[in-house]
Design a protein around this ligand. Structure first.
Ligand code: GAR
Length: 192
């Protein structure tokens, strides 16, 4: 069994899609949810699906390498960032080199970097008058939104679209593609 940990900070709709998808895949499972926000929706989702979760604080995450120890102890093979809004510290990136994916709600390298998350991204896309936007799934390195891109998908933006309309279109793309892309990358990595 290949064991995935999902890191998330928010409502967790992507986390839930991943959980659902891998509940029907025999040899890959979501084994752990890591969250940095009390009362985040993703914690309810974890509970509903009976998946263990850890709530972390800044000291735990940044001032020691306990997170890496915890993940290794739990046999986690691969990390998925699904709306996780803290920068991942170097010790964790090194511990899971090439084994950590992030999803970003725009077509990187556009609309990435610090402060570019959630609605901020869609508002910036609207302000810039973009005609297309989309999603990017990429490996994680030490800079925000900067690792090797493994997948992108696009959707049109019309002049009538509000940032929330854009969010909805992008979310559809995320839910449609993220689980399959994760599966593909994990299988390649572990030669399964
Ligand atoms: C997703 O749209 C994801 O792409 C984005 O946060 C949202 C989480 O939604 N991530 C970023 O903006 C990272 N820079 P969810 O909690 O419903 O899955």
């Amino acid at each position: 069994m290949t064991r995935l940990a999902i890191f998330a900070s928010g409502s967790g709709t992507n986390a839930e899609k991943l959980i659902q998808y891998f509940s029907e895949v025999g040899d890959i499972e979501v084994s752990l949810i890591v969250c940095n926000k009390v009362k985040a929706g993703v914690l309810d989702i974890a509970e509903r699906w009976g998946i263990p979760s850890i709530l972390i604080d800044r000291d735990f995450f940044y001032k020691s390498d306990q997170m890496l120890f915890e993940l290794k102890q739990q046999g986690i093979d691969f990390i998925i960032l699904a709306g996780f809004l803290w920068m991942v510290p170097p010790y964790l990136i090194h511990g899971y080199q090439g084994k950590m994916l992030n999803i970003h709600p725009a077509l990187l390298p556009k609309f990435g970097g610090k402060g570019m998350y959630g609605m901020h991204v869609h508002e910036a896309v609207k302000r810039a008058g973009e005609k297309i936007t989309g999603i990017t799934i990429h490996l994680v390195n030490e800079k925000y939104d900067d690792g090797a891109v493994v997948f992108q998908a696009t959707c049109p933006v019309t002049s009538e679209d509000t940032p929330d309309d854009i969010r909805k279109k992008v979310q559809l793309l995320e839910h449609r593609h993220f689980p399959e892309v994760v599966e593909k990358v994990v299988r390649e990595k572990f030669h399964k």
